[in-house]
Design a protein around this ligand. Structure first.
Ligand SMILES: Nc1ncnc2c1ncn2[C@@H]1O[C@H](COP(=O)(O)OP(=O)(O)O)[C@@H](O)[C@H]1O
Ligand SMILES: [Mg+2]
Length: 290
């Protein structure tokens, strides 16, 4: 009898309880004869070399300790196949990649990065957003009006005190029409969802916001698909990626702009997309050598 392929779906204590994609993904892998299990990335007692592949799923909390997370990423890749691989993961953990995409002609949300020690010039007109360069789940992010300059400056000072680089962006009000999340599996477009705005209140920092309110299926436009392809073409490392999520918002003129490229641990909305779930399980099995 042949030995089954072993796959770890890397998660976290919170992910084990709350990641809706995790149980169906593990079940879909097991139904293909893969010896799959969900394992918290920060457990000290795991020998990752015993897996044929480690698939990054809900490794939530990595933003609070990016250095130890990236050390884990490198350590795992040194002993087995890591999907997504370390190079794109490292690149994607810091939204300063938006600069590179912008320089390569990809339309992105206009962004100013303010590193610790630098002074921010805040917009005099229109609502704007302050958020950290390393983030997920709208962590430490808030929307401000020009009359809130003092609160916004305090927000930036708090990020700097934690050693973090702040981002200043205009608030894209057409996000009310939905932020688009285009999911790619094995380098091919798979499915897309639309979600409502997260930063609905002005001047409020609230880390308990739902990161994906009002989810609905979305059929991307050609312009959105073109933007996603252009963004993905800039990602470093060997292609194709196991998965990618390209988050797109609409600028004031209605043209799509990149909000972020999610290559680390995006919610892929698999529970709502059974065909994508099984396609991903099959990709994982074959990439792991099965
Ligand atoms: N410039 C912006 N304009 C409008 N909404 C924004 C803007 N930046 C962030 N948001 C809102 O905050 C959420 C989280 O921001 P995002 O850049 O996606 O960071 P994260 O990595 O934390 O998901 C977005 O999904 C969106 O609803
Ligand atoms: Mg996001």
């Amino acid at each position: 009898m042949s030995v089954p392929i072993r796959v770890a779906a890397a998660t976290s204590a919170l992910g084990l309880r709350l990641d809706a994609d995790l149980p169906p993904l593990v079940a879909a892998l097991r139904s293909r004869g893969v010896d799959a299990e969900a394992v918290s990335w920060d457990r000290a007692d795991v020998d990752w070399s015993t897996y044929d592949a480690v698939v990054i799923r809900s490794t939530w909390g990595y933003c609070e300790r990016p250095a130890s997370y990236l050390a884990w990423v490198d350590a795992v890749e040194a002993v087995t196949r890591l999907d997504n691989p370390a190079a794109p993961v490292r690149w994607d953990t810091d939204k300063r990649y938006l600069r590179e995409l912008c320089a390569r002609g990809v339309p992105v949300v206009p962004t100013r990065f303010v590193a610790p020690g630098e002074r921010a010039t805040l917009p005099e007109r229109g609502h704007f957003v302050i958020k950290p360069a390393v983030s997920s789940g709208a962590r430490d992010s808030a929307r401000y009006a020009p009359e809130h300059h003092d609160a916004a400056a305090r927000h930036i000072a708090a990020l700097h005190a934690g050693g973090e680089t702040a981002m200043v962006q205009p608030y894209l009000s057409r996000i009310d029409e939905g932020e688009r999340a285009l999911v790619f599996l094995g380098g091919m477009f798979s499915h897309a969802m639309r979600k409502g705005p997260v930063l609905t209140e002005v001047g409020v920092l609230d880390n308990d916001r739902h990161p994906h309110p009002g989810l609905a299926r979305h059929t991307p436009t050609t312009a959105e698909l073109d933007l996603a392809a252009a963004a993905l073409s800039v990602v470093p490392g060997a292609c194709p990626l196991l998965y990618a999520r390209v988050d797109v918002a609409l600028a004031d003129d209605g043209s799509p702009v990149l909000m972020e490229l999610e290559l680390v641990e995006p919610n892929l909305f698999l529970a709502d997309n059974p065909a994508a779930l099984h396609h991903l399980a099959e990709l994982i099995r074959t990439r792991a050598g099965g």
